[in-house]
Design a protein around this ligand. Structure first.
Ligand SMILES: NC(=O)c1ccc[n+]([C@@H]2O[C@H](COP(=O)([O-])OP(=O)(O)OC[C@H]3O[C@@H](n4cnc5c(N)ncnc54)[C@H](O)[C@@H]3O)[C@@H](O)[C@H]2O)c1
Length: 270
Protein backbone atom coordinates (compact mmCIF):
# COMPACT_ATOMS: atom_id res chain seq x y z
CA UNK A 1 0.00 0.00 0.00
CA UNK A 2 1.23 3.52 -0.81
CA UNK A 3 2.46 5.37 2.26
CA UNK A 4 1.02 8.82 2.88
CA UNK A 5 4.35 10.69 2.58
CA UNK A 6 5.86 8.44 -0.08
CA UNK A 7 8.12 10.36 -2.52
CA UNK A 8 8.01 13.41 -0.23
CA UNK A 9 11.44 14.88 0.51
CA UNK A 10 11.85 16.52 3.92
CA UNK A 11 14.79 18.67 5.03
CA UNK A 12 15.11 19.04 8.81
CA UNK A 13 17.54 21.42 10.49
CA UNK A 14 18.98 20.54 13.88
CA UNK A 15 17.80 17.00 13.22
CA UNK A 16 20.68 15.27 14.97
CA UNK A 17 18.92 15.41 18.34
CA UNK A 18 15.65 15.88 20.22
CA UNK A 19 12.62 17.14 18.35
CA UNK A 20 14.25 17.16 14.92
CA UNK A 21 15.37 13.55 15.23
CA UNK A 22 11.91 12.49 16.44
CA UNK A 23 10.31 14.33 13.51
CA UNK A 24 12.70 12.60 11.09
CA UNK A 25 11.71 9.16 12.45
CA UNK A 26 8.01 10.01 12.36
CA UNK A 27 8.03 11.32 8.78
CA UNK A 28 10.22 8.44 7.59
CA UNK A 29 7.75 5.99 9.14
CA UNK A 30 5.13 7.39 6.74
CA UNK A 31 7.43 7.06 3.74
CA UNK A 32 9.20 10.45 3.55
CA UNK A 33 12.77 10.69 2.30
CA UNK A 34 14.81 12.63 4.84
CA UNK A 35 17.74 15.04 4.75
CA UNK A 36 19.15 15.92 8.14
CA UNK A 37 21.16 19.02 8.97
CA UNK A 38 23.06 19.62 12.17
CA UNK A 39 26.12 21.47 13.40
CA UNK A 40 27.16 18.09 14.80
CA UNK A 41 27.90 15.95 11.72
CA UNK A 42 28.10 12.69 13.66
CA UNK A 43 24.68 13.26 15.20
CA UNK A 44 23.21 14.17 11.80
CA UNK A 45 24.80 11.14 10.15
CA UNK A 46 23.53 8.79 12.86
CA UNK A 47 19.91 9.88 12.39
CA UNK A 48 20.30 9.95 8.59
CA UNK A 49 21.65 6.37 8.64
CA UNK A 50 18.78 5.28 10.88
CA UNK A 51 16.11 6.67 8.51
CA UNK A 52 18.05 6.00 5.31
CA UNK A 53 18.55 9.66 4.42
CA UNK A 54 21.22 12.27 3.71
CA UNK A 55 23.23 14.26 6.27
CA UNK A 56 24.42 17.85 5.96
CA UNK A 57 26.70 19.58 8.46
CA UNK A 58 26.44 23.36 8.44
CA UNK A 59 25.50 26.22 10.68
CA UNK A 60 21.99 27.53 9.91
CA UNK A 61 23.28 31.07 10.40
CA UNK A 62 25.38 30.63 7.25
CA UNK A 63 23.06 31.61 4.43
CA UNK A 64 25.31 30.39 1.62
CA UNK A 65 25.97 27.01 3.24
CA UNK A 66 22.24 26.61 3.88
CA UNK A 67 21.31 27.34 0.25
CA UNK A 68 24.09 25.09 -1.07
CA UNK A 69 22.94 22.15 1.06
CA UNK A 70 19.28 22.49 0.09
CA UNK A 71 20.24 22.81 -3.59
CA UNK A 72 22.42 19.70 -3.28
CA UNK A 73 19.59 17.81 -1.59
CA UNK A 74 17.21 18.69 -4.44
CA UNK A 75 19.86 17.74 -7.03
CA UNK A 76 20.23 14.33 -5.36
CA UNK A 77 16.64 13.60 -4.35
CA UNK A 78 14.82 15.42 -7.14
CA UNK A 79 12.52 17.72 -5.15
CA UNK A 80 11.74 19.36 -1.81
CA UNK A 81 8.34 18.99 -0.20
CA UNK A 82 8.91 19.72 3.48
CA UNK A 83 11.26 22.12 5.25
CA UNK A 84 11.42 22.02 9.03
CA UNK A 85 13.33 24.94 10.51
CA UNK A 86 14.05 23.40 13.87
CA UNK A 87 17.72 24.02 14.79
CA UNK A 88 17.95 25.85 18.08
CA UNK A 89 19.87 26.54 21.23
CA UNK A 90 18.73 27.01 24.81
CA UNK A 91 18.90 30.29 26.66
CA UNK A 92 21.78 30.19 29.13
CA UNK A 93 21.16 28.44 32.42
CA UNK A 94 19.69 30.83 34.97
CA UNK A 95 19.42 28.15 37.67
CA UNK A 96 21.75 30.11 39.97
CA UNK A 97 19.00 32.71 40.15
CA UNK A 98 16.17 30.23 40.85
CA UNK A 99 16.32 30.74 44.62
CA UNK A 100 16.17 34.50 44.24
CA UNK A 101 13.28 34.13 41.80
CA UNK A 102 11.37 31.98 44.34
CA UNK A 103 12.01 34.52 47.10
CA UNK A 104 10.76 37.27 44.81
CA UNK A 105 7.64 35.25 43.99
CA UNK A 106 6.91 34.96 47.70
CA UNK A 107 7.37 38.70 48.13
CA UNK A 108 5.16 39.46 45.15
CA UNK A 109 2.42 37.18 46.50
CA UNK A 110 2.49 38.94 49.85
CA UNK A 111 2.33 42.34 48.14
CA UNK A 112 5.87 43.19 49.22
CA UNK A 113 7.00 44.27 45.76
CA UNK A 114 9.41 47.03 46.83
CA UNK A 115 11.70 44.53 48.58
CA UNK A 116 12.03 42.24 45.53
CA UNK A 117 15.70 41.92 44.48
CA UNK A 118 16.74 42.85 40.92
CA UNK A 119 17.09 39.67 38.83
CA UNK A 120 19.36 41.30 36.22
CA UNK A 121 18.48 38.74 33.55
CA UNK A 122 18.61 41.41 30.85
CA UNK A 123 21.56 43.36 32.24
CA UNK A 124 23.66 40.19 32.53
CA UNK A 125 22.93 39.20 28.94
CA UNK A 126 25.95 39.85 26.72
CA UNK A 127 25.68 41.38 23.27
CA UNK A 128 27.22 38.17 21.89
CA UNK A 129 24.57 35.95 23.53
CA UNK A 130 21.78 38.18 22.26
CA UNK A 131 23.22 38.12 18.76
CA UNK A 132 23.81 34.36 18.60
CA UNK A 133 20.32 33.58 19.87
CA UNK A 134 18.65 35.80 17.27
CA UNK A 135 20.89 34.51 14.51
CA UNK A 136 20.41 30.79 15.14
CA UNK A 137 16.64 30.95 15.51
CA UNK A 138 15.41 33.88 13.45
CA UNK A 139 18.05 34.11 10.74
CA UNK A 140 18.12 30.31 10.58
CA UNK A 141 14.36 30.19 9.91
CA UNK A 142 14.63 33.08 7.41
CA UNK A 143 17.39 31.35 5.44
CA UNK A 144 15.48 28.06 5.61
CA UNK A 145 12.29 29.63 4.24
CA UNK A 146 14.24 31.30 1.41
CA UNK A 147 16.11 28.14 0.44
CA UNK A 148 12.90 26.09 0.53
CA UNK A 149 10.81 28.52 -1.52
CA UNK A 150 13.38 28.45 -4.34
CA UNK A 151 12.35 24.85 -4.95
CA UNK A 152 8.76 24.84 -3.71
CA UNK A 153 7.53 27.81 -5.77
CA UNK A 154 8.16 26.21 -9.17
CA UNK A 155 6.52 23.00 -7.88
CA UNK A 156 3.51 24.99 -6.61
CA UNK A 157 3.48 22.85 -3.49
CA UNK A 158 5.29 22.47 -0.20
CA UNK A 159 5.09 22.61 3.57
CA UNK A 160 7.32 24.75 5.75
CA UNK A 161 7.23 24.26 9.50
CA UNK A 162 9.02 26.72 11.74
CA UNK A 163 9.69 25.58 15.28
CA UNK A 164 8.91 28.43 17.66
CA UNK A 165 8.13 27.89 21.36
CA UNK A 166 5.53 28.62 24.01
CA UNK A 167 8.08 31.21 25.06
CA UNK A 168 7.29 32.96 21.77
CA UNK A 169 3.68 33.18 23.04
CA UNK A 170 4.44 33.83 26.72
CA UNK A 171 7.76 35.71 26.85
CA UNK A 172 9.94 34.67 29.80
CA UNK A 173 11.76 37.15 32.01
CA UNK A 174 14.85 34.93 32.15
CA UNK A 175 15.14 34.63 28.38
CA UNK A 176 14.42 37.92 26.60
CA UNK A 177 16.55 36.98 23.56
CA UNK A 178 14.93 33.55 23.19
CA UNK A 179 11.46 35.12 23.65
CA UNK A 180 12.12 37.69 20.93
CA UNK A 181 13.61 35.14 18.52
CA UNK A 182 10.70 32.74 18.96
CA UNK A 183 8.06 35.49 18.69
CA UNK A 184 9.84 36.69 15.55
CA UNK A 185 9.53 33.20 14.08
CA UNK A 186 5.75 33.41 14.53
CA UNK A 187 5.62 36.72 12.64
CA UNK A 188 7.93 35.41 9.93
CA UNK A 189 5.68 32.36 9.54
CA UNK A 190 2.53 34.45 9.11
CA UNK A 191 4.16 36.91 6.70
CA UNK A 192 5.60 34.18 4.47
CA UNK A 193 2.41 32.11 4.65
CA UNK A 194 0.32 35.04 3.43
CA UNK A 195 2.69 35.53 0.52
CA UNK A 196 2.88 31.95 -0.70
CA UNK A 197 -0.58 30.55 0.10
CA UNK A 198 -1.74 31.19 -3.49
CA UNK A 199 1.25 29.15 -4.70
CA UNK A 200 0.09 26.04 -2.87
CA UNK A 201 2.71 26.31 -0.12
CA UNK A 202 1.67 26.10 3.52
CA UNK A 203 3.78 27.70 6.23
CA UNK A 204 3.01 27.05 9.89
CA UNK A 205 4.65 27.42 13.27
CA UNK A 206 4.71 24.93 16.12
CA UNK A 207 5.17 26.18 19.66
CA UNK A 208 6.41 23.29 21.77
CA UNK A 209 6.01 23.50 25.51
CA UNK A 210 8.70 21.89 27.65
CA UNK A 211 9.76 18.70 25.89
CA UNK A 212 12.28 16.22 27.29
CA UNK A 213 15.31 16.68 25.02
CA UNK A 214 19.01 17.47 25.58
CA UNK A 215 18.09 21.16 25.25
CA UNK A 216 16.75 21.09 28.82
CA UNK A 217 19.70 19.28 30.44
CA UNK A 218 21.45 22.47 31.64
CA UNK A 219 18.48 23.42 33.80
CA UNK A 220 18.46 22.53 37.49
CA UNK A 221 15.88 20.26 39.13
CA UNK A 222 14.48 23.22 41.08
CA UNK A 223 14.05 25.21 37.90
CA UNK A 224 12.33 22.30 36.14
CA UNK A 225 10.06 21.75 39.17
CA UNK A 226 9.02 25.42 38.96
CA UNK A 227 8.30 25.01 35.24
CA UNK A 228 6.38 21.75 35.70
CA UNK A 229 4.07 23.48 38.17
CA UNK A 230 2.87 25.60 35.26
CA UNK A 231 2.12 22.61 33.00
CA UNK A 232 -1.49 21.42 33.26
CA UNK A 233 -0.53 17.81 32.54
CA UNK A 234 2.06 17.97 35.32
CA UNK A 235 4.86 16.51 33.21
CA UNK A 236 7.20 17.34 30.36
CA UNK A 237 6.26 16.32 26.84
CA UNK A 238 8.04 13.62 24.84
CA UNK A 239 9.66 14.39 21.46
CA UNK A 240 7.40 11.77 19.85
CA UNK A 241 4.33 13.70 21.00
CA UNK A 242 5.63 16.79 19.24
CA UNK A 243 6.47 14.76 16.14
CA UNK A 244 2.79 13.88 15.73
CA UNK A 245 2.02 17.58 15.18
CA UNK A 246 4.87 17.80 12.67
CA UNK A 247 3.43 14.81 10.84
CA UNK A 248 -0.05 16.39 10.80
CA UNK A 249 1.32 19.60 9.29
CA UNK A 250 3.16 17.66 6.58
CA UNK A 251 0.18 15.59 5.48
CA UNK A 252 -3.02 16.11 3.50
CA UNK A 253 -5.07 16.43 6.71
CA UNK A 254 -3.68 19.95 7.25
CA UNK A 255 -4.25 21.28 3.72
CA UNK A 256 -6.31 24.23 5.05
CA UNK A 257 -3.78 25.18 7.76
CA UNK A 258 -1.41 27.96 6.82
CA UNK A 259 -0.07 30.97 8.69
CA UNK A 260 -1.28 29.13 11.76
CA UNK A 261 0.38 28.58 15.10
CA UNK A 262 0.07 25.26 16.92
CA UNK A 263 1.11 24.86 20.52
CA UNK A 264 1.88 21.40 21.88
CA UNK A 265 2.33 22.30 25.52
CA UNK A 266 0.42 19.95 27.84
CA UNK A 267 -1.53 22.97 29.06
CA UNK A 268 1.40 25.28 29.83
CA UNK A 269 0.04 28.52 31.23
CA UNK A 270 3.05 30.79 30.86
N1 LIG B 1 12.87 20.93 24.13
C1 LIG B 1 12.02 21.90 24.44
O1 LIG B 1 11.49 21.95 25.56
C2 LIG B 1 11.68 22.97 23.44
C3 LIG B 1 10.62 23.82 23.73
C4 LIG B 1 10.27 24.81 22.82
C5 LIG B 1 10.97 24.95 21.64
N2 LIG B 1 12.00 24.10 21.39
C6 LIG B 1 12.71 24.30 20.13
O2 LIG B 1 12.77 23.09 19.42
C7 LIG B 1 13.92 23.09 18.59
C8 LIG B 1 14.67 21.79 18.77
O3 LIG B 1 15.11 21.72 20.12
P1 LIG B 1 15.42 20.35 20.88
O4 LIG B 1 14.70 20.43 22.15
O5 LIG B 1 15.22 19.21 19.99
O6 LIG B 1 16.97 20.60 21.21
P2 LIG B 1 18.25 19.67 21.00
O7 LIG B 1 19.35 20.38 21.67
O8 LIG B 1 17.94 18.27 21.38
O9 LIG B 1 18.47 19.70 19.42
C9 LIG B 1 18.82 20.87 18.75
C10 LIG B 1 19.78 20.51 17.63
O10 LIG B 1 20.06 21.71 16.89
C11 LIG B 1 21.43 21.70 16.56
N3 LIG B 1 21.89 23.07 16.33
C12 LIG B 1 22.04 24.05 17.23
N4 LIG B 1 22.48 25.17 16.65
C13 LIG B 1 22.60 24.88 15.33
C14 LIG B 1 23.00 25.64 14.21
N5 LIG B 1 23.40 26.92 14.35
N6 LIG B 1 23.01 25.05 13.00
C15 LIG B 1 22.63 23.75 12.86
N7 LIG B 1 22.25 22.99 13.89
C16 LIG B 1 22.23 23.54 15.12
C17 LIG B 1 22.11 21.07 17.76
O11 LIG B 1 23.41 20.57 17.42
C18 LIG B 1 21.12 19.98 18.15
O12 LIG B 1 21.43 18.75 17.53
C19 LIG B 1 14.72 24.34 18.95
O13 LIG B 1 14.45 25.37 18.02
C20 LIG B 1 14.16 24.71 20.31
O14 LIG B 1 14.30 26.10 20.57
C21 LIG B 1 12.38 23.12 22.25
Amino acid sequence: MKQILENHVAFITGGGSGLGAAAARRLAADGAIIAINDLDIQAAQKVADEVGGLAYAFDVTDSQAFTAAVDDCVAKLGRLDIMINNAGIAPQDTSSKTELMMENMGKRMSGNIESMAPMNYLRDLSDENWDRMIRVHLYGAFYGCKAALTHMQPQRSGRIINISSVIGLYPAAGAPHYSVAKAGIISLTKAVAAEVAPLGINVNAICPGYIKTPLLTPFSEAMMAAVTMRIGKGRLGQPEELAEMVRFLCGPESEYCTGDVFAVSGGYTG
